[in-house]
Design a protein around this ligand. Structure first.
Ligand code: SF4
Length: 208
């Protein structure tokens, strides 16, 4: 199964790299597929690649990525044990918010990633991630300020997950107040994932 999963993941990566489904492909240096542990309990979803990500072809490797790494460690999570991706896989010009059309063109890849990894918890980093994931779950989204701190149990792509809506690390870079809220939310996601894992193990043990 591990081998099969890896092959499916590789096929998603190849499809992202060769995708031309929206105009953003014309501006990219590199498309940026998600990466990480395919057995991860926690998936982080951001908005779109920025300059460093576009240059390196990897998600969250710039300043916002450094902050995310720091907060993962604070929460007792290691980057190699989580899965990290974005709603949109190519960098929008000047890091503008992706349009609805760009999100609609790209969201199929995120859906495939969720179906593949089957996380217990999805941390939605910022407005675009929150609205997209809650949209996939058929739920309303009232903006990150209203939704932050209100985790929700939903089904996305047939996978039951807890969605933890929070701020994007880029927004928290120069705002210590947001950084602390983001840190709290990532710690909550870690606790939730570990509780879910324990419940599953107990159920397995009971033959459930
Ligand atoms: S942003 Fe997404 S849909 Fe648009 S070209 Fe890149 S991979 Fe394809």
């Amino acid at each position: 199964m591990g081998e099969e999963k890896r092959e499916l993941y590789n096929s998603i990566v190849e499809a992202v790299r060769s995708c031309r489904a929206c105009p953003l492909h014309r501006l990219r240096t590199n498309a940026v597929p998600g990466e990480g542990n395919l057995e991860a309990k926690v998936m982080f979803v951001g908005e779109a690649p920025g300059r460093s990500e576009d240059e390196q072809g990897r998600p969250f490797v710039g300043a916002a990525g450094q902050l995310l790494n720091e907060l993962l460690l604070r929460a007792g999570l290691r980057r190699e044990n989580v899965y990290i991706t974005n709603v949109v896989k190519c960098r929008p010009p000047n890091n503008r918010t992706p349009t609805e059309e760009e999100v609609a063109a790209c969201v199929g890849f995120l859906r495939q990633e969720i179906a593949l990894v089957r996380p217990k918890v999805i941390v939605a980093l910022g407005n675009t991630a929150g609205s997209t994931i809650m949209g996939l779950a058929g739920r309303q989204w009232r903006g990150v300020t209203a939704e932050r701190g209100r985790k929700a149990k939903v089904t996305v792509e047939g996978v039951e997950v807890i969605v933890v809506p929070t701020y994007h690390p880029a927004a928290a870079l120069y705002r210590p107040d947001l950084k602390e809220l983001l840190a709290d939310d990532i710690a909550e996601a870690a606790r939730e994932a570990s509780a879910q894992g324990t419940r599953r193990t107990l159920l397995d043990f009971m033959g459930g």
